[in-house]
Design a protein around this ligand. Sequence first.
Ligand SMILES: NC(=O)c1ccc[n+]([C@@H]2O[C@H](COP(=O)([O-])OP(=O)(O)OC[C@H]3O[C@@H](n4cnc5c(N)ncnc54)[C@H](OP(=O)(O)O)[C@@H]3O)[C@@H](O)[C@H]2O)c1
Length: 274
Amino acid sequence: MTLKLIKNLTIVGAGKMGKALISGWLSNGLSREELTIIGRDIEESSILINTFKIKLTSSEEKNIKSDILVLAVKPQVMPDVLKKISPIIDSNTIIISIAAGITMDFMRSHVGNENRIIRAMPNTPAAIGKGMTVLFSDKELNNGEKGFVTDLMSSIGKVSWIKKENIMNLVTAISGSGPAYFFHLTECLINIAKSEGLDKELAEKLSMETFIGAASLAEKYKTMSIEEHRINVTSPGGTTEAALNELMSQNALQDLMYKAVKSAVARGNALSGK
Ligand SMILES: NC(=O)c1ccc[n+]([C@@H]2O[C@H](COP(=O)([O-])OP(=O)(O)OC[C@H]3O[C@@H](n4cnc5c(N)ncnc54)[C@H](OP(=O)(O)O)[C@@H]3O)[C@@H](O)[C@H]2O)c1
């Protein structure tokens, strides 16, 4: 998948997720000439300019032509950003918002009814083409529009469209925030290995390589379920079984993960004003 045929794309906000998207798109053939980045503090953005070799623009700039506008700012600043960028939106601009919890109704109240608006929930592995993005639109997109948005987000990983907006906060809690859960599990292993006597370097190497190896194995043998992968490591009466008995008895880890996901959903609901 390459993005050589893309139209003008403007992205507002180049923080963690904005940078991940930009890196993914550029390495998949999006031309620098077609890309505009709107940053908040232009003076301080030399790192961005050096990293991406792209001119940075201010949201006060009125002459930007944008067929696709990607909003990658924090939900809290979205009202201000939508006000500032209104001069560069016309009725043909396709708007993609990746902000957690920002609803279609909220977007429509600022943008109006004509535009195609897409809520997207990507995640940070997008930076290396391994992202997972969930997409929702409140209007029927024509094949060209839907294909175009699908191609754009597929260039940074896998894509799923959903039909109901009300599952977006759950989706966010699973795949949007999800990478952090796996990182934290690895952090826990590192800390335990160190506290039980391994040196830092070995603790990090063992935990990291295990995290990467397990994910790669699951990716390579997708026909096997995750449960089968787990069972493959677990000899009856062995060491893994002893550990899993702790994690799985009375659903210990699952219950904790349930609480974590529910907290993320609740935060999404709060951001959505629910
Ligand atoms: N991080 C994730 O894994 C993830 C996953 C899925 C979705 N998201 C969503 O992605 C959005 C961005 O998250 P993030 O983690 O990338 O946050 P972030 O690192 O804080 O990035 C937000 C960026 O927007 C900039 N910004 C703020 N006000 C602006 C304005 N008026 N005009 C232009 N740029 C402005 C910020 O600049 P300053 O630093 O100068 O304020 C910052 O560079 C959020 O809505 C989040 O819900 C994030």
